[in-house]
Design a protein around this ligand. Structure first.
Ligand SMILES: NC(=O)C1=CN([C@@H]2O[C@H](COP(=O)(O)OP(=O)(O)OC[C@H]3O[C@@H](n4cnc5c(N)ncnc54)[C@H](O)[C@@H]3O)[C@@H](O)[C@H]2O)C=CC1
Ligand SMILES: O=C(O)C(=O)Cc1ccc(O)cc1
Length: 285
């Protein structure tokens, strides 16, 4: 927002004084406040950027201090649980429009942010029915001002889609790195030393913030369990094919998945691919 001149004054709050000092020092914000309640006084827009499980408590704290007509949004990775936790704390006349930028890295903290993070990334908005369309439009324009592509959808649909594209893949990465760690005791770190790109990407993802991801799975429970169930069924089918030496099954499956990937490329929908998640934070992080 600062890089594009989209906000007047940006006031930040974080729980730790050290994080607040860093945010101020690197010019991430114009001013910091010691409490969330103090930070929102007089704000036109409030962005909640805390782990999904903490959204409700922060909303309860700021609710009484929000200016009439203010817009509140969030960037949480799960949407229905955030709406359920935050909306009850929003006073009359305050617009809550939930949102999720599909952009980030495995790094946390103010030093991990960079001005081009949202360029050409999707930013999904999930306004609850009855939300003021003008507030949603203003937020859409703000996201677009940061270079993002914006889409609007129902929160439950968002949670199912993200369970497929982000949440379950993260869980698989965590599991695979855990398996390799068990194995490492046997192979004396060869697993890491000779890891191919696929596994290196898993270790990057598995380095993501544990609190953030714990909250994602606790709050997107139904959708993640649904997708995990389907995943394990397919995995067992492939496991069986390997055991039976059923090369036709394996070949047909891999042919189908290759066609899916090629279809995505041909449709020009792989805009996130070249550097997705590989952007390094500034030196010193
Ligand atoms: N990291 C990523 O790649 C992405 C993260 N998100 C979502 O953004 C949100 C924030 O994530 P990040 O910016 O990565 O995290 P971060 O770790 O950089 O910042 C989280 C902030 O929340 C504060 N916090 C933690 N627990 C709290 C509590 N109980 N009460 C009040 N404040 C608390 C921390 O002090 C910190 O200032 C999460 O909901 C996450 O799901 C969305 C898209 C991408
Ligand atoms: O680092 C990666 O590869 C990511 O997947 C980043 C990310 C994490 C959480 C989100 O809700 C959206 C994007």
């Amino acid at each position: 927002m600062k890089a594009h001149g989209l906000a007047g004054e940006i006031v930040g709050h974080a729980k730790s004084a050290e994080t607040r000092a860093t945010a101020l020092e690197i010019g991430f914000v114009d001013r910091v406040a010691a409490t969330a309640a103090e930070a929102v006084v007089g704000a036109d827009l409030v962005v909640l950027a805390v782990p999904v499980g903490a959204m409700g408590a922060v909303a309860a704290e700021i609710g009484p201090h929000l200016a009439p007509g203010a817009t509140v949004t969030d960037v949480g990775s799960v949407k229905q649980a955030v709406i359920d936790a935050v909306a009850p704390h929003m006073p009359e006349g305050v617009h809550f429009v939930a949102g999720h930028p599909i952009a980030g890295t495995e790094h946390s903290g103010p030093r991990s942010g960079f001005a081009t993070l949202f360029v050409n990334r999707w930013w999904l908005l999930t306004p609850a029915p009855g939300t003021d369309p003008a507030a949603t439009l203003r937020l859409r324009q703000l996201c677009e001002g940061m270079g993002a592509k914006v889409d609007e959808m129902d929160a439950a649909h968002h949670d199912l889609v993200l369970a497929v594209t982000s949440h379950t893949p993260h869980l698989i990465a965590y599991t695979m790195v855990g398996v390799a760690d068990d194995l490492r005791r046997v192979t004396d770190s060869e697993v890491i030393q000779y890891s191919a790109a696929g596994f290196r990407d898993f270790t990057r993802i598995a380095a993501s913030d544990p609190t953030m991801w714990r909250d994602v799975f606790l709050t997107n429970k139904e959708a993640t369990l649904d997708i995990l169930g389907r995943f394990t069924e397919e995995l067992f089918a492939l496991q069986r094919a390997i055991r039976l030496g059923d090369g036709d099954h394996l070949h047909a499956y891999f042919t189908r998945t290759r066609a899916i990937r090629r279809g995505i490329i041909e449709a020009g929908q792989d805009t996130a691919a070249p550097d997705f998640g590989r952007v390094q934070p500034p030196a010193g992080e």
